[in-house]
Design a protein around this ligand. Sequence first.
Ligand SMILES: *Cc1c(COP(=O)(O)O)cnc(C)c1O
Length: 379
Amino acid sequence: MSRVNVMLPYLGEEEVEAVAEVLRSGWVAQGPRVAEFERAFATAVQAGHAVAVSSCTTGLHLAMVVVGVGAGDEVVVPSFSFIATSNAVRYVGAVPVFADVDLATGNLTAETVEAALTARTRSVVVVDQGGVPVDLDAIRAVCDPRGIVVVEDAACGAGSTYRGRPVGAGAEIAAWSFHPRKILTTGEGGMITTSRGDWADRARTLREHAMSVSAVDRHASVLAPPESYDEVGFNFRMTDLQAAVGLVQLGRLPEVVARRRELAATYAKFLAEVPGLRTVADPAWGESNFQSFWVEVGEDYPLDREGLLERLAHADVSARRGIMSTHRQPPYADLAAPGSLPNTEHLTDSTLILPLFHQMDETQQGRVVDVLVDAGRSA
Ligand SMILES: *Cc1c(COP(=O)(O)O)cnc(C)c1O
C-alpha cells in the first residue's frame, strides 16, 4: 500500500518538451514565452491585462504598490488565509485589519468587510480561499463608492467561476499563484491581472527594476538606448522556462478542473452520510475548482480533527490541517482581540484538507473515504 498524497502536480512530457525548447532557444529569462503566457492567461480569465511575476506573494506586493497603499494605510484582509496575504500589506508599511469569514465558504463577506472599515482603509484584499469564489460584487458594492480598492488574492482561484465568468474577471486587480500546491503550476510563479492599463504598465516596469527600457527591447536593438530608473523597483520577473510550462498547464486547466470537481463530488456523496462531517461546497454564486477539498469535523463525529488526522496517517493517507489563522502567528498576534474572529478560529481548528489530485484513482479515493466512514462508526 503506497502513500496517498494530499496534492500532486500534474506534469507531463509536453511540459518537458516546452522547457527543452526554451533551453535550446538560448533565451531563458523573461522574454517571448512570458509575453505569450500573459496574453493566454488574460484571455483565459477574461482580464484586460496580465503581468507575470515570480510568485503570488510578489504579485500581491506589487498590487499594493500600484494601487497606492502605503505607510499608515489600513488594508482589510482575512486572517483565515496563507500568511502571504497579510505579509504583502506589511511590505508596503501598511497595517492589516483582520475581518472574519463566513463559515460556509471560508471567505470574507460584505458584512464582515464593512464592519472592519475605518477612515484609514485604503484597500481590501479578498481571497478565493481553497478555490471557493468570494462574493466579489457584494464586497465591491460596499468598497467602490468609498474609493476603497478591492484586490483579489486569487492564488487558489484559477479555473473557478463567479456568476458565470472566470474568477478574477470582475476584479480591478487580482494576483495568482503557480506554486505546485495550486492547480496550475510553473514551479514558482505568479500573475497580476487588472482591468486598468495604467496599473498594468506600472507593474510591468516595477517588476523589472523600474527600468525605462525592458530587457527584451534592449536586446532587440544593437545599440540599446540609455535607460533610466525613475523609482525604486524590484526584480519580480518570471522566466521563459516557467512561462513555457505555464502555457502547457493553462491548456490543461479545463480538464484538470473537471477532474477535480468530479473527485470532489465523489467525496461529497460518500461523506454526506457520515454524521458530524461537513464538506466544502460550491456557493450559490459560482463553482469552485476545489483546489483544497476541506472537511469540517463536528461535535457529532467520534474523533476530533487531530484524532482523525492521526487515523488517516495510520492508513498512509496524507491529509493536512485546515487553513491557518494568520493572527495566531507572532508577527500578527497583537492585531486581533481575543474572540474577535470566531469563525476564522473555528475553521482553522476543526477542518482538514483531504487528498485530491488529478491522477487520483478510485482505489486511492476509496481508501480515504473508508477511513472517514469507519472512524465515524467507531464511537
Ligand atoms: C499560496 C497562496 C499565496 C502565496 O502564493 P505564492 O505563489 O507561493 O507566493 C498567497 N495567497 C494565498 C491565498 C495562497 O493560497
